[in-house]
Design a protein around this ligand. Structure first.
Ligand SMILES: *Cc1c(COP(=O)(O)O)cnc(C)c1O
Length: 455
């Protein structure tokens, strides 16, 4: 048993409040709570310092793939630690980062050829932005320095990745620090920004609006950044079929690079290895992170086409080098776990079971359809958002100060489920290897909690 497991919960909670500043958390609220202190993980479950078990309904911030503390991944990590914990990619090559890059290119959308490593989703996006801009510089078009992005976009929390974000409560405070970007309407059909009411009949008016923006700004556009199929942090917004393909066509028409952020959607979440593959789309640049290392260690990568990569080649003195790099780039421990995770996808037939669990999730979500405060159910593979509303007929939102989403998650804990909402949207985002019984348990807990909190 690990030493800390003997530490009394009250002591750990007290030190947490004394020393730790939690992310995206109003600490004044936190100080009034008795936080769960997680000490162990087992499959889809998190176990706290009192021994209570909670189903991990958000896959530990969307990272977990094969379950917690998985024996095969533990072994890969321990074996690699016994060989080499870290050496730099600045001036040296590394066995594990080579093998992983080769694997990633084999499974990535056809046409992506090079892997640039970093360590989290925000940096993977920043790398993509810098790469896109410098590419245009190399092509003699340095005026192409602006980026298009969607409403409700989320691409991370660093200055550059916030600049391409579109969630006002996260980003507005920092506006003076950010570079300006061009906002395109989000294909959020439940609350259509184009004022349309029938997604089957509108012919994607949002794509027409995007085209207008591209046309208007085409001389200055470096790239279009988007989360393909599913906008996660923006509220689990699921795009209509064909939207991504339409964006790819517009980007080609106007010479704009398509940068897809698959940080949340990558590695099986939407049912295919990468979301782009469902619409046969290859982006010019693709950012990946969360599921890459199966929830074990911070690891990220930005993949690029040969065309992008080639533009950076030149004589040393031409300064065409991509001057970017993080200290832990290509960390061998993380790469070894990521490699083993990709093998497990094959060994366990994970993508097929995600397909089955997704169908089960569709059926379980339907049980909420007639609920008077469930305004919209959105699902993409093994990810879903349940948008709660005050008034179903008018779609009037609950006032945010009522914290309905937060309260649903608090109540869900009493039913053995850990979740974290996005405003008034309840999130379903479990470890991909969740079993049939566990998914039923998760949805029953959320269902009960929604009923209690909206009664
Ligand atoms: C989480 C997330 C990020 C940011 O990743 P971090 O590792 O938290 O920096 C970027 N893009 C998307 C789509 C995400 O879901």
């Amino acid at each position: 048993m690990h030493a800390t497991e003997n530490m009394p919960t009250a002591q750990l909670q007290s030190w947490d409040k004394q020393y730790v500043w939690h992310p995206f958390t109003q600490m004044q609220d936190w100080l009034a709570e008795e936080p769960l202190v997680i000490v162990r993980g087992e499959g889809s479950w998190l176990i706290d310092s009192d021994g209570s078990r909670y189903l991990d309904g958000v896959a530990s911030m969307w990272t977990n793939v094969h379950g917690h503390s998985h024996p095969a991944l533990n072994k890969a990590l321990a074996d690699q630690a016994a060989r080499l914990e870290h050496s730099t990619l600045l001036g040296l090559a590394g066995e594990q980062s080579i093998l992983l890059a080769k694997q990633l290119i084999e499974i990535a959308p056809a046409g992506l050829r090079k892997v640039f490593y970093s360590d989290n989703g925000s940096t993977a996006v920043e790398v993509g932005l810098k790469m896109a801009y410098q590419y245009h510089c190399h092509k003699g078009e340095p005026q192409r320095s602006r980026f298009l992005r969607l409403q409700h976009a989320y691409h991370g929390d660093t200055i550059g990745s916030m600049s391409v974000g579109g969630i006002s409560i996260y980003h507005d405070t920092f506006k003076p620090l950010l570079f300006s970007t061009i906002e395109a309407p989000a294909p959020y059909c439940y609350r259509c920004p184009m004022g349309q009411s029938d997604p089957a009949a509108c012919g994607m008016a949002c794509l027409e609006a995007l085209e207008q923006l591209m046309c208007e700004h085409r001389e200055y556009l470096a790239g279009m950044l988007m989360e393909p199929l599913l906008q996660g942090a923006g509220g689990m917004l699921v795009h209509p079929a064909g939207y991504l393909k339409g964006v790819r066509q517009l980007c080609d028409r106007y010479g704009v690079l398509l940068i897809t952020d698959e940080v949340a959607t990558g590695f099986g979440r939407t049912g295919s290895m990468f979301a782009c593959q469902q619409e046969g789309v290859t982006p010019d640049i693709m950012a990946i992170s969360k599921g890459l290392c199966a929830g074990y260690l911070p690891l990220a990568a930005t993949l690029a086409t040969e065309e992008i990569y080639q533009a950076f080649l030149g004589n040393y003195a031409e300064l065409k080098t991509f001057f970017h790099g993080h200290t832990f780039t290509g960390n061998p421990l993380a790469c070894a776990v990521a490699l083993r995770s990709l093998e497990l996808f094959e060994e366990t037939g994970l993508l097929e079971s995600v397909g089955q669990r997704s169908k089960q999730l569709t059926a379980l979500l339907q049980q909420l359809e007639d609920h008077p405060h469930v305004g919209n159910l959105r699902q993409c593979g093994l990810a879903a958002g349940i948008e709660l509303v005050q008034d179903k007929a008018t779609k009037a939102a609950y006032p945010w100060e009522e914290k309905r989403g937060v309260r649903v998650c608090q109540e869900a804990r009493r039913h053995g489920v850990f979740s974290r909402p996005l405003g008034n949207t309840v999130v379903v985002f479990p470890p991909l290897a969740i079993t049939e019984d566990e998914l039923a348990f998760l949805m029953e807990g959320l269902n009960k909690a929604i009923r209690v909190v909206t009664d």
